[in-house]
Design a protein around this ligand. Structure first.
Ligand SMILES: *Cc1c(COP(=O)(O)O)cnc(C)c1O
Length: 229
């Protein structure tokens, strides 16, 4: 940590200003875009100053890592909300439903079924987003764009899940706007309000394409090291 002032955080302030500018440029109110501060690989020492500067929504990509570091932080800051933004294995569904307020990576029937069972058993209902693999990349999670409508219907009708919206991670080497437009189209035709898209490199473009949530890590926290083992 580099000694942030208690109620100001340079990285956070800059990202917030850029989001607000991008929203205004797109004719959208700045409050229409929620910032999810992606804190993966960072420790409490780095995270707490961002909370102290007013940020309440954070994203983590690994259940295990979140389980190790967030309960102690959340005890001090109960208003914090956590989003799971990485792939979820069915054997971690119990932990995930307990830890996270939003699970952004629902992407297959087996996971939808496990989530429905855990929600029924516990009464805890996280917001759910479906991850769409807009670039149809082999190494990436997410339902394929062609299968998205059916999967959304299946989550709703077969599993009784309330789906809030969609999430995508565009291919690194492609123009992200095509992927953001595709995600927006799938959301529109399925009457889904939430669009989680845009990261440090492209969140302003995502805001122009209607993102309601941007997931920004390095632009706030700085360059990431290796994830903890
Ligand atoms: C790490 C990560 C981010 C944030 O990436 P930055 O480039 O650091 O902003 C956003 N979304 C997902 C799914 C991630 O895993």
């Amino acid at each position: 940590m580099n000694g942030s002032a208690k109620h100001s955080h340079a990285g956070l302030d800059e990202v917030r200003n850029r989001i607000a500018d991008a929203a205004r440029a797109a004719g959208r109110p700045p409050q229409a875009v929620q910032l999810v501060a992606v804190s993966k690989t960072f420790h409490a020492d780095d995270i707490v100053p961002v909370i102290e500067a007013g940020q309440t929504v954070f994203g983590e990509n690994r259940v295990q890592e979140a389980k190790q570091k967030w309960p102690q932080i959340a005890e001090r800051y109960p208003a914090v909300r956590l989003h799971l933004i990485g792939p979820l294995q069915t054997n971690k569904v119990r932990d995930a439903v307990r830890l996270f307020d939003c699970i952004e990576t629902v992407d297959r029937p087996k996971l939808a079924r496990a989530l429905a069972a855990e929600i029924a058993a516990t009464g805890k209902v996280p917001d759910l987003l479906i991850q769409v693999n807009t670039g149809a990349e082999d190494q990436k999670a997410g339902v394929l764009p062609d299968a998205a409508d059916d999967f959304i219907g299946q989550c709703r009708d077969e599993h009784g899940l309330s789906i809030a919206g969609l999430m995508c991670i565009p291919p690194l080497d492609e123009e992200p706007s095509l992927h953001f437009a595709l995600l927006r189209d799938i959301a529109e035709r399925n009457s889904l309000a939430v669009l989680s898209m845009g990261m440090s490199a492209d969140f302003e473009i995502a805001v122009a394409f209607g993102a309601t949530h941007v997931r920004v890590g390095s632009a706030i926290f700085g360059t990431r090291g290796q994830p903890p083992a």
